[in-house]
Design a protein around this ligand. Structure first.
Ligand code: NAD
Ligand code: ZN
Length: 357
């Protein structure tokens, strides 16, 4: 069966296009569904951007802190807060921030129309009902969360997305001006998420011409951004994220992502930097990609965190468990017989390398 790919329905792109948001959401307000929920990264509190958010009376602003990656518990809590704010359904949910904030917005839009806890829907195609209309506005570029069919959440026993066609944003607003002030390290780590998406997609067994076309273009853009001082870097990075996301949407990511999920579940390390720490140790699997990644690190004067804390045997077991749940990622990387190549013991050896222990 070929995947019948659900894409973002509408998109605006361009410097300053954030100003069009009011006009876009106004059309979605109806008599019965009149209010909007804004889910905004609290890094923007009291900033010029906050003042430009078209919040109207009756709307709800939820400032979210993403120092820790989003959890199913946070999503449940925010959903309950919205439900006690109004008995009627919101006209829309608008996420303004990086991958974490966009994922929280996606998850809320799903949980407003699907009963139970977000934990119940961690997996593939478990969501039953369409989401509330939802909009993604990235303020960091690289994750591809703006185009993906998942919202990655940390649950009580796994880090796994709510993967479904309903998860995909109905509208995205890609304004390169919004990523202008991202700190240099964060810009690099999130940008490398995109670069690694491309490496894993282009070297995977699921590769096809659709994914290859997007992946190659995204990679070319990453090179222009991180190996040349491109004056249009912000515009290009935003498009790289979009294209990288499109590439993996019709293929898959691979070993780096599988291991990075385990690392972030146990040690709480953020996705972007976690990917970089893991990828740096994967020369055996992605030799050219790792060489170029190191070139990009040197060019951008990035130093990865020196050492990670020691993990106990129980934590190591948990990391391996979390990584192994991600079967499609391993299959994409190593083929249908991946279990013969990637045993628990081998994953432990890889984690040992990554942790330097
Ligand atoms: P993030 O959203 O976790 O944010 C990282 C840091 O940057 C935070 O401190 C945030 O406050 C800050 N920040 C955001 N925008 C800023 C700006 N314009 N200026 C200054 N600071 C800013 O980072 P991310 O790398 O974009 O996202 C990582 C998250 O995305 C993880 O939770 C990961 O699981 C998820 N993810 C989701 C998908 C998907 O398809 N849904 C794909 C990859 C990653
Ligand atoms: Zn990623």
């Amino acid at each position: 069966m070929f995947q019948n790919f659900k894409m973002v329905s509408r998109l605006v792109f361009g410097r300053g296009c954030f100003n069009q948001l009011d006009d876009i959401i106004q059309k979605k307000r109806t008599k019965n569904r009149s209010f909007m929920i804004f889910v905004t990264d609290d890094v923007f509190k009291d900033t010029d951007l906050a003042a430009r958010i078209p919040l109207k009376s009756g709307d709800l602003m939820l400032w979210v802190n993403v120092d820790n990656e989003p959890t199913t518990m946070l999503v449940d809590m925010l959903t309950e807060k919205i439900q006690s704010f109004s008995e009627s359904l919101a006209a829309g949910v608008i996420g303004i921030g990086g991958g974490s904030t966009m994922d929280i917005a996606k998850a809320i839009s799903l949980m407003l129309t699907n009963p139970g806890s977000a934990t119940d829907y961690q997996g593939w195609d478990l969501i039953k009902n369409p989401a509330v209309w939802h909009v993604g506005i990235p303020t960091l570029a690289g994750t591809g969360a703006e185009v993906s069919r998942t919202t990655v959440l940390v649950g009580p026993d796994k880090k796994l997305g709510l993967n479904s066609d309903y998860t995909v944003f109905d509208q995205i607003v890609l304004d390169p001006e919004l990523i202008a002030d991202v700190p240099i390290d964060q810009r690099f780590y999130t940008g490398m998420d995109c670069y690694i998406h491309c490496v894993e997609s282009l070297n995977g067994t699921y590769l096809n011409t659709f994914s290859k076309s997007y992946g190659e273009k995204a990679m070319e853009l990453c090179r222009e951004v991180f190996l040349n001082d491109d004056p249009e870097g912000d515009d290009k990075l935003m498009m790289a994220s979009y294209f990288g996301g499109m590439s993996i949407a019709y293929s898959q990511v691979g070993i780096c992502h599988a291991l990075s999920y385990g690392l972030s579940f146990v040690l709480g390390i953020h996705h972007g930097v976690g990917n970089c720490i893991v990828f740096d140790q994967l020369e055996e699997f992605y030799p050219e990609g790792v060489r170029e990644f190191r070139e990009m690190m040197a060019k951008n004067d990035i130093r990865l965190p020196a050492s990670l804390r020691k993990v106990s045997d129980a934590e190591m077991k948990k990391m391996v468990d979390v990584a192994l749940v991600l079967e499609p990622l391993w299959e994409n990387a190593l083929g249908k017989e991946w279990r013969l190549m990637m045993t628990r013991e081998r994953i432990e050896v890889l984690y040992g390398l990554i942790l330097g222990q």
